[in-house]
Design a binder for this molecule. Structure first.
Ligand SMILES: [Zn+2]
Length: 217
């Protein structure tokens, strides 16, 4: 009996080791059309004193309407980022751009979307509700997330260096999205595994406050 248990443990250990990416391994992206992964709601951070090195920011997308960040410090956020909605149907494609210089650390592809200007009906949980999305780390240690991207529009891969204003993808309606928009998050992460499904940040912040976008408050 004991021997069997030990053997089972060995087999499980072996499977775990062989399926999990080796330590330090990175993937260009993560793509799986067959799962709708879950990600915990993110908590609003407080002090940013160790991450206040000034870097230059710019708005990540043009918009016709804004939905604001909603959340109180040290609580789970009610709306974890700013939505840049672009509802003018005459404009076929809207660019999503990096808000600052940085490096791509996570890319989620493979999430479908239905018609761009109605609530998405296809796999709303794909990408942990974010749909197709990209995460970039910036020189001051802050991370930005660009969510609900149009399928097959992502132009970058993990490890790629990015300049502020550089186009990353096109605005879309994938994941838990009700119309074409960019959901933009600012946060900190302990470690993101580029070979795994979508992952939450450790803390998030109101991008408008921290980036000084007073007109978006
Ligand atoms: Zn949003």
């Amino acid at each position: 009996m004991l021997w069997h248990l030990k053997l089972a443990t060995l087999v499980v250990t072996f499977l775990h080791v062989s399926l999990a990416p080796a330590f330090g391994q990175t993937c260009n992206d993560y793509s799986n059309e067959n799962i709708e992964e879950e990600s915990p709601t993110q908590r609003v951070g407080t002090a940013l004193s160790d991450r206040d090195q000034a870097i230059q920011w710019s708005q990540p997308a043009d918009f016709t309407e804004i939905l604001h960040f909603i959340g109180d410090a040290d609580q789970l956020a009610e709306h974890e980022g700013i939505d840049f909605i672009y509802s003018d149907r005459a404009v076929a494609q809207v660019s999503v751009r990096s808000a600052a210089d940085g490096k791509v650390v996570y890319v989620r592809r493979g999430c479908p979307q239905s018609y761009p200007f109605e609530p998405n009906t296809e796999k709303r949980g794909c990408g942990g509700d974010w749909g197709n999305h990209i995460v970039i780390v910036h020189p001051n240690g802050l991370f930005t997330r660009y969510a609900h991207l149009q399928p097959d529009s992502i132009q970058v891969h993990v490890g790629q260096k990015i300049l502020r204003g550089e186009e990353l993808a096109k605005m879309g309606n994938s994941g838990r999205s009700d119309t074409r928009h960019l959901h933009f998050e600012l946060g900190v992460a302990i470690q993101l595994n580029s070979c795994e499904p979508a992952q939450s940040f450790k803390y998030i912040y109101n991008p408008a406050v921290y980036l000084g976008w007073d007109d978006l408050l």
